[in-house]
Design a protein around this ligand. Structure first.
Ligand code: DHK
Length: 170
């Protein structure tokens, strides 16, 4: 039996300690059409450009991005479950049209331990009233809307602060 003192810290191999943390960035239906879809609302940047922005922002904090888009609710549920299983450091989700309808996505998000950040490109509160109710907001640690695609960079920066990922020098 050990007496007094603190339990020794568990041994964590350097390779595991230094493994970059992964952030999932998931995008819902019709966001594949960014750039050409109602550009007066959603802007002219494409989803590929959003991905680039996410990767560049995440890199500043030593984070790796898993970036996906789907038009199918079940696929998004599968990816949320994957993020949980893979112990993602956080999940950023633009649920798009599923924001206001998907209890399946809400249920999947409820299983996540890592912080969930909800992003909308447009200010959903300044649009049709049906866009204002979000199931996802019930579980989101934070919600960002109305900043255009810059909202994704803000979400990653905010998430980095939440999980203690510091900006890299240089
Ligand atoms: C994107 C969508 O596709 C809409 O269904 C949402 C969101 C708003 C956005 O602003 O990114 O209502």
């Amino acid at each position: 039996m050990r007496c007094g003192g603190h339990a020794p810290a568990p041994f964590v191999p350097a390779a595991v300690r230094e493994m970059p943390k992964t952030v999932y960035v998931l995008n819902g239906p019709n966001l594949n059409l960014l750039g050409t879809r109602e550009p007066e609302l959603y802007g002219r940047a494409t989803l590929a450009e959003v991905e680039k922005l996410c990767r560049a922002t995440a890199q500043r904090f030593g984070l790796v991005v898993e970036f996906r888009q789907s038009n199918h609710e079940g696929e998004i549920v599968d990816w949320i479950q994957e993020a949980r299983a893979e112990k993602a450091a956080g999940l950023i989700l633009n649920p798009a049209g599923y924001t206001t309808t998907s209890i399946a996505i809400l249920d999947a998000l409820h299983t996540m331990e890592a912080p969930v950040i909800e992003v909308h490109i447009t200010n959903i509160h300044a649009r049709e009233s049906f866009r204002r109710h979000s199931y996802v907001s019930r579980v989101a640690r934070a919600v960002i809307c109305g900043f255009g695609i810059e909202g994704y960079a803000l979400a990653i920066t905010g998430l980095a602060a939440l999980i203690g990922a510091e900006a890299r020098k240089g």
